[in-house]
Design a protein around this ligand. Structure first.
Ligand code: AMP
Length: 559
C-alpha cells in the first residue's frame, strides 16, 4: 500500500517552520514585555518587532537580498537579537562571526561564507580595518557605535541606530520554504581552516521547541514565562545555545549584557531580576569571584553550564550561594543542544545525589537519539562504565561542513553524527564525558588546535620533539601545555616554545589563547603501536592542574 497523506484545501495555510513564526504568539501575549540592553536601553516586544522590520529595511537599502550572507560582529546585545530574527526572516543567512579567532581566520570565515554586509561593533573596527582588503566580497559595513559619539570609520555606510531610526519598520516579510538556510558560523577543527556549519529555519524552530523546558520537570526550576533571561555565552557561538530564540518565543523579559563585565552583569542581575542564564565554567567562576568581592546575593539564579565539564566543586560553589546549577551538553555541529541534566527519578533528594546527577553531561533532550559506540558502531553496554564515542541523530544537526565533502562524510559516517567525544551512558540515559578523540584543546570556551601549535614549535632550535596537550585547569577548564624532548645539552624554557607562537599571534595566524603557560620535559615521547605520539598517555601523566593565573591574554579575552 502506498503511503497516505492528508488532504489539504487549497485555502489551507501550509505552515512553514520559519523563524518569524517564533514571534507570533509572543507579540500578542507579551507586547509590553521588556528587552533590556545594559544600563543603556530598554524597549518592548512590540518595539522589538518594529526594530526587526527596520533592520530588514536598512539591510535591503544596502543591497541585501534573499540568500545573501550577512555577518555580525558584536557583543551580546539587543542588536544581535534583532539580527537573529531580521536576517533569516528576510531569507538571508546570518553569519555569527567568531571575533575571537585570529584576524586571518576571521577573514577566512567571511570569505568562505561569502559575507557581503557586516554589522560591526566599534570594538572590532581595528580588526575589520585589518582584514577588509582581503575580503573583497564585503560591499557594506554598518558601524555600531554603541552609544559613543565619534567619527565613523571611512568604510562604514552609516551607524546602526541612526540607520535603523531612519528605516521603515514595515518591511514586507514573505513566507518561504522552511528548509532555507538561516544561520552559519565556523568552528575550529583539528586541522586546517575553521569549518563552516549551517542551520535551516526548520532546524532552529525544532531546536527552540525541544529546548523549551525539555522535561516539564517540576522538580527543578526551568525557563518559565515569568523568568528573566540573560545570556552569558557569546551570541556568535552556536546561537548563544539557542536560548534567545526560546526566550523570545516565550515572550519573557530579556537582558543583554554587552561586553562581559562582571560588575555590570551583577548590577543587571540585581536591578532587572535576572533568574536564568547559561555560560561556560570559566565565566561562572568569574561571576562567583566578583559576587564574593562585593557581597552580591546569587540565590535563585539558574545557571546552565555547558561547553566544558561542570565540576562537582563548581557545582558546590554555586549551590552554596543559592544558585541552581545544571549541566548541558552539545556542540557547534548540533545547534547545540543534545543533552541536559535532570534529577534522577527516585533519588533520595540529598545534595550528593543532586550533585551526581546535575554535573553529568545530561540525558538526551526530546527528539535526540544518542548512542555510545565502539569503533565498529556497536553500542557499548549502558552500564555507566563502558566507554565509546557519542554518535547522535536529531532534527537540527548540521548536514555538512560548508564546502568540505570529506570532513562532512567523516562527520556523518554511517548516518550518525560523530561527536568525537568519548563517554559512558547508563541505563537511564545519563551521559558522562570522559575524553575527546579530537586533537583540540578548549580553554575559556575557545578551541586551540594542538597540531597547529606543535607544527609551529617543531622547528625551534634546541627542541628535538614536541607534543601539545590539554590539561584540566581549575579556571579555564583546559590549558595547553607543551611536552618537549630537548636536543642534547639543552634546557628548554617556556620562552623558547612561546617565541614561535608569539610570532604567529602577532601575524594574526593563531589566537592569543594559544600562548603556553607551562612546559614539561621528557627524555622520550611515549608512542602508540603505530608510532604516533601517545597523546592519551601524555594526558594521563600530565593531567594535573596548572596554576589558575593563566596568561594575561586569556584573562583579557574573557573579561
Ligand atoms: P563547541 O563546538 O565549541 O561548542 O564545543 C563542543 C565540545 O565541547 C563538545 O564536543 C565537548 O567536547 C565539549 N563539551 C560540551 N559540553 C560539555 C560537557 N557538559 N562536558 C564535557 N565536555 C563538554
Amino acid at each position: 500500500m502506498p503511503l497516505r497523506f492528508a488532504d489539504h484545501s487549497e485555502e489551507a495555510y501550509r505552515f512553514p517552520l520559519t523563524i518569524g513564526h517564533l514571534l507570533d504568539a509572543a507579540l500578542v501575549t507579551s507586547a509590553a514585555q521588556e528587552i533590556v540592553y545594559r544600563d543603556q536601553l530598554r524597549f518592548t516586544y512590540a518595539e522589538l518587532r518594529r526594530r526587526i522590520g527596520r533592520l530588514a529595511t536598512l539591510l535591503t537599502d544596502l543591497g541585501a537580498e534573499e540568500g545573501m550572507t550577512i555577518g555580525v560582529m558584536d557583543w551580546d546585545s539587543h542588536r544581535y537579537l534583532e539580527a537573529y530574527f531580521a536576517v533569516p526572516m528576510m531569507g538571508a543567512v546570518l553569519q555569527t562571526v567568531n571575533v575571537r579567532l585570529s584576524p586571518a581566520q576571521v577573514a577566512y570565515t567571511l570569505n568562505h561564507a561569502s559575507a557581503e554586509i557586516l554589522l560591526v561593533h566599534r570594538d572590532f573596527f581595528p580588526l575589520v580595518e585589518a582584514i577588509l582588503p582581503s575580503c573583497p566580497k564585503v560591499k557594506a559595513v554598518v558601524a555600531i557605535m554603541d552609544g559613543e559619539a565619534g567619527e565613523l570609520p571611512a568604510y562604514a555606510k552609516g551607524e546602526y541606530e541612526a540607520l535603523s531610526a531612519a528605516a521603515s519598520p514595515d518591511f514586507a516579510f514573505r513566507d518561504f520554504d522552511e528548509n532555507a538556510l538561516a544561520t552559519t558560523f565556523y568552528t575550529t577543527g583539528t586541522t586546517g581552516n575553521p569549518k563552516g556549519v549551517s542551520f535551516t529555519h526548520r532546524q532552529l524552530v525544532l531546536h527552540t521547541l525541544a529546548c523549551n523546558a525539555p522535561f516539564g520537570d517540576t522538580r527543578h526550576p526551568g525557563l518559565g514565562v515569568d523568568e528573566v533571561y540573560m545570556p552569558l555565552t557569546p551570541m556568535f557561538h552556536v546561537h548563544a545555545w539557542g536560548i534567545p530564540y526560546v526566550a523570545t518565543m516565550l515572550g519573557i523579559k530579556q537582558v543583554y549584557p554587552g561586553r562581559y563585565e562582571p560588575d555590570l552583569i551583577l548590577d543587571l542581575r540585581e536591578t532587572e531580576g535576572v533568574t536564568f542564564s547559561h555560560c561556560v565554567p570559566t565565566i561562572m567562576q568569574m561571576i562567583l569571584a566578583a559576587a564574593d568581592a562585593r557581597g552580591s546575593d546569587l540565590s535563585g539564579w539558574l545557571m546552565t553550564i555547558g561547553g566544558a565539564a561542570l565540576t562537582q566543586s563548581l557545582w558546590r560553589e554555586g549551590t552554596r550561594r543559592g544558585m541552581h546549577v545544571v549541566a548541558g551538553y552539545g556542540m557547534s555541529e548540533t545547534a547545540p543542544t543534545l543533552a541536559l541534566c535532570r534529577r534522577r527519578f527516585g533519588a533520595d533528594g540529598s545534595e550528593e545525589a543532586d550533585m551526581a546527577a546535575l554535573t553529568m553531561a545530561g540525558v538526551p533532550v526530546p527528539l535526540v537519539s544518542i548512542r555510545v559506540v565502539d569503533e565498529a558502531m556497536n553500542d557499548v553496554p549502558a552500564d555507566g562504565r563502558s566507554r565509546g564515542e557519542i554518535v547522535t541523530r536529531a532534527p537540527w544537526l548540521t548536514q555538512s561542513y560548508t564546502g568540505d565533502p570529506d570532513s562532512s562524510k567523516a562527520l556523518w559516517r554511517g548516518g550518525w553524527l560523530h561527536t568525537q567525544d568519548v563517554a559512558t551512558i547508563d541505563a537511564e540515559g545519563y551521559i558522562q564525558i570522559k575524553d575527546r578523540l579530537k586533537d583540540v584543546i578548549k580553554t575559556g570556551g575557545e578551541w586551540i588546535c594542538s597540531l597547529t601549535l606543535e607544527d609551529l614549535i617543531a622547528g625551534t632550535d634546541g627542541i628535538a620533539e614536541v607534543a601539545v596537550i590539554g590539561v584540566p585547569d581549575p579556571r579555564w577548564s583546559e590549558r595547553p601545555i607543551a611536552i618537549v624532548v630537548p636536543a642534547a645539552g639543552v634546557v628548554p624554557t617556556l620562552e623558547m616554545v612561546n617565541a614561535p607562537l608569539q610570532r604567529a599571534v602577532d601575524a594574526g595566524e593563531i589566537s592569543r589563547f594559544a600562548l603556553l603557560d607551562r612546559i614539561e620535559t621528557v627524555d622520550a615521547m611515549p608512542k602508540t603501536s603505530v608510532g604516533k605520539i601517545d597523546q592519551k598517555a601524555l594526558r594521563t601523566r600530565f593531567a594535573t592542574g596548572v596554576p589558575a593565573e593563566a596568561s594575561g591574554a586569556v584573562a583579557d579575552a574573557v573579561a
